[in-house]
Design a binder for this molecule. Structure first.
Ligand code: CS2
Ligand code: MG
Length: 405
């Protein structure tokens, strides 16, 4: 079965998504997610100009060889643009192989290790009470795990908090230039421990609580936060410090037993190998779209399982439903699956473009048994929502120093 054509689509049903479609000479096609938030067109150009021409005529069944060809054959390996392109091709090829076999992708990985995928939802608020009220709503919907992010008093904007926006699409989708947001670690520390103390006071110990530090603390500040949060038994503290410096996690680990999660910005196993084998983290957040697709995440999950590190795939609003579908197959298979981030099944436009049968009930997601990834992309519907440049924010300390957003 030969690759006959590769098409790349960019649509903006509230925010930009990049979708790859591989069409074979057998009339079977597959789709993949190549969305790199704020740098979408770099991936589009990479795919159209440098990847697609090399793949036409190749056997669509040779997923591993194509992955190796695109990874080792490029010389300038790794990186978010390159690996998002590799990821999309890889997801589409797994989709094709599943359709050709008449099997959902999880069956090709090894079948189910569980019947459903546990999700964690996002609760954010303008203050602690608002955040906890949102948390209660999610618990009442059956979610067993909730990520808490609360506005930091004294800052005009805080990561993960919607402010006056109605949803993530409105928050993320209309930034023609990078907005600049102030950050104060001191103001953050004045609030953050109280948020979790009040959460445990109000909800008890059964619900899993999580938090995303979003790389904003220095290693010793992360150690301090982890230590202060120990009484509140978080499921994990995410991106406690910057992902580039794996040595940071030696410092953090020495001081706290709060479980640590990292990986959404990682593009290959090399980015997290030392963290995993030195037991410096507890959850790996790598995403199929950013880390090279299903082939790569399967490899990372297997490596992590040797060290009892669980997977907790990234599931932010900028990962398309195609990535979520790919994660559903990986999550239902992986023996060391931990939890899946979930920000909802999207707005109405998104549901019209990306059609799937994934069910979400009581905080659990149920994978589609349709052949392949179990998701289809409506080109005509997508064409109604053209690309619109939009950036991620830039963070600055209150003295104007650029910081980690
Ligand atoms: C965040 C993401 O969901 C998360 O864990 O870190 O929302 C992140 O901010 C975005 O994916 C950036 O594009
Ligand atoms: Mg994160």
């Amino acid at each position: 079965m030969k690759i006959k054509e590769i098409k790349v689509f960019v649509c903006n049903p509230g925010r930009n998504f990049v979708t790859v479609k591989i069409i074979t000479d057998a009339g079977i096609h597959g789709i993949g997610d190549a969305t790199l938030n704020g740098r979408e067109m770099a991936v589009v150009s990479y795919l159209e100009e440098h990847v697609a021409p090399c793949l036409i005529g190749r056997n669509a069944h040779d997923i591993e060889d194509i992955w190796q060809y695109l990874y080792k054959g490029v010389y300038w390996r790794k990186g978010p643009v390159n690996m998002a392109a590799v990821a999309a091709i890889d997801m589409a090829l797994w989709d094709i192989k599943g359709k050709a076999a008449g099997l959902p992708v999880y069956q090709l990985l090894g079948g189910k290790s569980r019947q459903a995928v546990t999700l964690y939802a996002h609760a954010s608020g303008e203050d602690i009470k608002d955040t906890l009220d949102k948390t209660e709503e999610l618990i009442n919907q059956g979610f067993k795990a909730v990520r808490l992010q609360s506005a930091v008093p004294g800052l005009n904007v805080t990561y993960g908090v919607l402010g006056d926006k109605k949803d993530y699409y409105e928050l993320q989708g209309n930034r023609p230039l990078p907005p600049e947001e102030a950050w104060s670690t001191q103001k953050y520390f004045n609030m953050i421990v109280d948020l979790f103390a009040q959460a445990r006071e109000r909800f008890g110990n059964d619900v899993h609580l999580l938090h995303d530090v979003h790389s904003r603390l220095t290693p010793i500040e992360s150690a301090r936060l982890g230590k202060l949060l120990e009484p509140y038994n978080l499921m994990f503290l995410e991106d406690a410090s910057i992902a580039e410096n794996q040595d940071s996690y030696k410092v953090i680990r020495q001081h706290t037993t709060t479980p640590l999660a990292i990986g959404e910005t990682y593009n290959t196993i090399w980015d997290c190998k030392d963290l995993i084998q030195n037991q410096l983290i507890d959850y790996l957040r790598a995403a199929a779209t950013h880390a090279g697709g299903i082939t790569a995440l399967r490899r990372m999950a297997d490596f992590a399982s040797i060290y009892n590190v669980k997977t907790a795939p990234h599931g932010a609003p900028d990962l398309s439903p195609v990535c979520f579908a790919a994660h559903m197959h990986l999550n239902i298979w992986a023996p060391n699956f931990g939890i899946q981030e979930f920000v909802g099944l999207g707005n109405e436009q998104l549901k019209q473009i990306f059609k799937h049968q994934i069910k979400v009930e009581q905080g659990m997601a149920y994978v589609s048994d349709a052949p392949g990834l179990g998701i289809e992309f409506d080109e005509e519907e997508a064409s109604k929502y053209p690309y619109k440049r939009s950036y991620l924010p830039v963070s600055r300390l209150e003295d104007g120093t650029v910081w980690n957003w």
